[in-house]
Design a binder for this molecule. Structure first.
Ligand code: SF4
Ligand code: SF4
Length: 694
């Protein structure tokens, strides 16, 4: 009877229990292996991606982001549900294996899980099964009734996968119920037969079911016991084999996706791994044009996307109605892979992705702000893919009209405005400025310890030149021996690279690298986060680079910079994190520490701050791109500052400044809101002896 028999010992079915369950195991495992092997086909045809280095750093990522579910609490309800389900799955893995083995070996006990420890483990997993079951119900109700906005699918991106999600939730719930029925029927039968019964955790699902079965006949218990077992077996293998067809494939792939995730922020994938810059001339086709041009890791990303919508929920392009939602970059590519790499038959058709599954505007709409990657709990990467798709379009001569002129100007003059090189240092020779602050132009006669890398927008834009002057005055105030490259400096090429113009970027970089080397400087400072990111991550063999906010914070701490109190105590300041200073380079505290060191300055945080900062609309060439959008990103950001109760937005990036000042006008907030760069504010507030320099 149930208490002493295991499913392996059933003899009154078509096949003996052991044979039946062994057949199910073999069939289930074989189907799963076949399906996974087919899913691996495109990865084997993909571009290489060297992600097998630094195993300890990768394991640390797995511990933090996969096992530790680090990013999930950023969304409280969904995050808590996911953590509970994940913990339940981890705990239940051994129990599920034990249950499966009982079908072929009646007395199977997992090594280490006998005796008292085994009882404790069983009690724990009773609760785990119950919690997972409840979470499935809650998740289904959320998807069906409350329907959080981020799960919805706008018509332009295809159809919702809601039915798939609900079906999978139902399968997991059935698995938990089958597991609990099996344990409950066995315990109830053991009790009825006076055998020592397995303890069931009080108030758990098996415990409640055991109470329901207390007065059932042994025959009923027997049927429930073997029926539940069969249901468990079939559901388990069906779920295992069904997951690689939908969004739940991430259950299998996420561990690998996190292990192979990118280790460095702010960096960009080279055009082709294994091809040096010198070898780029020999590359026949740049970037991603067909699905097979993605790297295997990027394809693994597509398989691993859980369709949770967090990336798109935080994507500024999506928020302002641009035709881009990062989640759908993954979903559309995954659907493409499933369609063109079928389970049976020939695979792949090599159709261009842009024009078939992606639109041009979709790919140009990204500001490379990194909010999507910051948010993704599974570390799915987007920027490298978007840049690779742009490289493919640039290679085909497919560049938006509005970008053609600045790109040509970058090529011919070294700046996107087409201004003369000899005017690059004009900001440093303006009016009274040079009487108070002498800025050396490094070259044959002038040398310095530190290079102030100014970059194009600060050098040429009349409004933003004041950031250049403020930066120079601060460096001068702290006694830094510094100079600029002047006419020799070309654009850092940061945005050219992110717009897919790799060769143009390489030319700009090589020119600047030679100039920097010739100047003999020992370190570099810049006030432009885009230049900062380029110099730090895109250039190689270069002296250490700092953003001016880091220099100021250090000098404030060292006592070399002291501040006068703010004159208007009614003003409320808020700090806007530039994407390439914050998210891409993790400089969050230094600018805030500087602001907090100014006496009388009242500061508030916007809801979206630090790593959740909302992009102002993008820098560099984004200023020239005419995006299709319902609202400007800058306007949205300024509204966030208003909601926080601020009247002054402080930023630390000349591009943010342009976008913010523009947005303040567009939003009709002139007179109520102002924007200022951190360097400008510091320069205003520095306590100097003698007359204040202008
Ligand atoms: S990419 Fe990441 S954040 Fe975006 S939907 Fe997929 S799993 Fe969620
Ligand atoms: S990088 Fe920014 S703009 Fe681009 S897809 Fe991600 S969140 Fe959206």
């Amino acid at each position: 009877m149930v208490g002493s028999y295991s499913p392996a010992q059933v003899t009154d079915w078509l096949l003996p229990g052991r044979d039946l369950f062994l057949a199910i195991h073999i069939l289930g495992v074989a189907c799963f292996a076949y399906i996974v092997a087919r899913r691996l086909v495109p990865l084997l045809r993909a571009e290489p991606d060297p992600r097998f280095d630094r195993p300890w750093a990768r394991l640390a990522k797995v511990c933090k982001f996969w096992l530790g579910q680090w990013k999930h609490p950023r969304y409280k309800t969904a995050g808590t549900l996911h953590i509970l389900i994940f913990a339940g799955f981890i705990l239940l893995a051994t129990r599920a294996f034990t249950v499966l083995m009982v079908g072929v070996s009646g007395n199977f006990v997992m090594p280490g899980l006998s005796g008292e420890f085994g009882h404790v483990y069983n009690l724990t997993t009773d609760y785990a099964a119950t919690i997972v079951f409840v979470c499935m119900v809650v998740a289904a109700v959320r998807r069906l009734v409350f329907r959080p906005a981020r799960y919805e699918v706008p018509a332009r991106f295809g159809k919702a996968h809601r039915a798939d999600a609900i079906f999978l939730l139902a399968l997991i719930a059935i698995l938990m119920v089958a597991d609990s029925l099996f344990a409950a029927a066995r315990a109830a039968a053991q009790a009825q037969q006076g055998q020592p019964a397995e303890w069931l955790a009080v108030l758990s699902l098996p415990w409640m079911l055991q109470i329901v079965f207390a007065s059932s006949s042994l025959l009923t218990l027997c049927n429930v016991y073997f029926g539940a077992y069969l249901l468990h077996e079939v559901t388990f293998y069906f779920l295992l084999c069904y997951r690689p067809f939908g969004i739940q494939f991430h259950v299998e792939t996420s561990l690998f996706n996190v292990y192979f995730a990118k280790l460095e922020r702010g960096t960009l994938k080279p055009v082709k791994w294994g091809v040096s810059d010198e070898g780029l001339d020999q590359v026949k086709s740049f970037g991603v044009k067909t699905f097979e041009d993605f790297t295997w890791k990027h394809m693994l990303d597509f398989y691993s996307c859980a369709d949770c919508g967090r990336c798109s929920d935080n994507c500024p392009a999506n928020t302002v109605g641009r035709p881009l939602s990062p989640r759908f970059l993954s979903i559309k590519a995954r659907d493409y892979a499933y369609r063109h790499y079928p389970m049976f038959g020939r695979a792949g058709n090599g159709k261009p992705l842009v024009g078939n599954i992606y639109s041009e505007d979709e790919i140009w709409s990204c500001t490379t702000c990194g909010a999507c990657e910051e948010e993704c709990p599974l570390l799915v990467e987007y920027i490298d893919k978007i840049v690779d798709l742009r490289r493919g379009m640039v290679d085909d001569g497919n560049v938006p009209q509005s970008l053609q002129k600045p790109l040509k100007a970058l090529e011919s003059r070294g700046n996107p405005y087409g201004k003369l090189e000899k005017k690059k240092a004009d900001w440093a020779h303006a009016g009274d400025f040079q009487q108070h602050c002498h800025v050396k132009t490094l070259g044959k006669s002038d040398v310095a310890e530190t290079l102030y890398f100014v970059d194009s927008i600060t050098s040429y834009d009349d409004r933003l030149q004041s950031i250049g002057r403020a930066t120079a005055k601060i460096l001068d105030h702290v006694g830094e021996d510094f100079g600029i490259l002047g006419a020799t400096e070309k654009d850092s090429g940061h945005e050219a690279r992110r717009f897919g113009e790799e060769l143009l970027f390489a030319a700009l970089r090589d020119h600047n690298l030679a100039a920097i080397k010739a100047s003999g400087v020992k370190r570099i400072v810049t006030a432009d986060p885009h230049a900062f990111n380029a110099l730090k991550h895109d250039y190689k063999t270069i002296p250490p680079v700092e953003h001016i906010s880091q220099v100021i914070a250090r000098e404030v701490k060292a006592g070399k910079i002291k501040f006068n109190p703010v004159e208007n105590g009614n003003r409320i300041y808020t700090y806007h994190d530039p994407c390439y200073l914050g998210r891409h380079n993790q400089v969050y505290d230094d600018p805030r520490d500087v602001l907090d060191a100014i006496p009388g300055l009242k500061r508030v945080e916007m809801t979206r701050s630090r790593d959740r900062s909302f992009c102002c609309g993008g820098g560099g060439l984004m200023l020239f791109y005419e995006a299709k959008e319902e609202q400007r990103m800058g306007v949205k950001r300024v509204q966030m500052a208003v909601e926080a109760g601020a009247s002054v937005i402080v930023t630390a990036c000349p591009f943010c400044m342009v976008n913010m000042e523009d947005a303040i006008k567009v939003a009709g907030l002139e007179g109520k809101m102002t924007a200022i760069d951190l360097a400008e504010l510091v320069d205003q507030q520095i306590a100097r002896e003698g007359p204040k320099p202008t």
